[in-house]
Every structure is written in structure tokens, then in C-alpha cells.
Design a protein around this ligand. Structure first.
Ligand code: FES
Length: 113
């Protein structure tokens, strides 16, 4: 059975087989989720936020790793499996955010001239 997942803020949507991890689905959708451990719940770089709908319950390893952040809707993309129609939000890459802020600052300075 295929299920749809939508990635915000891009709005990209992809259909994947139920049980696929959010990390694997993001790769299929062409959405970049940062990872260093390759999906072994070790680096904690693949955090996403969600309302939990259409996703597997927290596994014991995920519960230990994110220690209460699940109450704010945070999950690990590599440990979370898609079970139904789901929507997740992927945080902006910190490097891209820094570049975007610098470009905005520069544009404001250019307006002053
Ligand atoms: S990819 Fe490293 S913790 Fe998820």
C-alpha cells in the first residue's frame, strides 16, 4: 500500500510504500534532510517536526535520543516510519540560513546607498 507524505516548507509530495522511513521518502522526493550517521539514530541531525498523523509511534531508541522533544512535535526522520498520509516540516539547513541572512543584510545596506 502506498501512502503520501508532504514535506514543508517546499510542499513537495511523494508516494511511498507504507513503512518507509521519512528519511528515505525525503530522498525520493528530492528534499534534503541532514544526516551524518546514515540513519542509525546516532547523529541527531535529521530532526523534523510533525503533528504525528500518519507516522509510526516513537520507538524506544528514538524516545531515548530526543528526550522529551517529541512533546514539541520533534522526531528523527531516520527512525520515523510512514503509516498513512503525513506532513512533516524540515528545518532549513543552518548554512543556507546563514547565507540567506547575509544576503538580506547586504540588500538592506544596498538600499541605503
Ligand atoms: S540520520 Fe543520524 S540520527 Fe537520524
Amino acid at each position: 500500500m502506498n501512502v503520501d507524505i508532504t514535506f514543508l516548507p517546499s510542499g513537495r509530495k511523494v508516494a511511498v510504500r507504507a513503512g518507509t522511513t521519512v528519511l528515505d521518502a525525503s530522498r525520493k522526493a528530492g528534499v534534503a534532510i541532514r544526516t551524518r550517521c546514515g540513519g542509525k539514530a546516532a547523529c541527531l541531525m535529521c530532526k523534523i517536526t510533525t503533528n504525528g498523523a500518519g507516522l509510526s509511534p516513537l520507538s524506544e531508541i528514538e524516545r531515548r535520543k530526543i528526550a522529551g522533544l517529541d512533546k514539541q512535535g520533534m522526531r528523527l526522520a531516520c527512525q520515523t516510519k510512514i503509516t498513512g498520509r503525513a506532513t512533516v516540516e524540515v528545518p532549513e539547513d543552518p548554512l543556507k540560513a546563514a547565507v540567506r541572512k547575509q544576503l538580506m543584510r547586504q540588500a538592506e545596506e544596498d538600499e541605503l546607498w
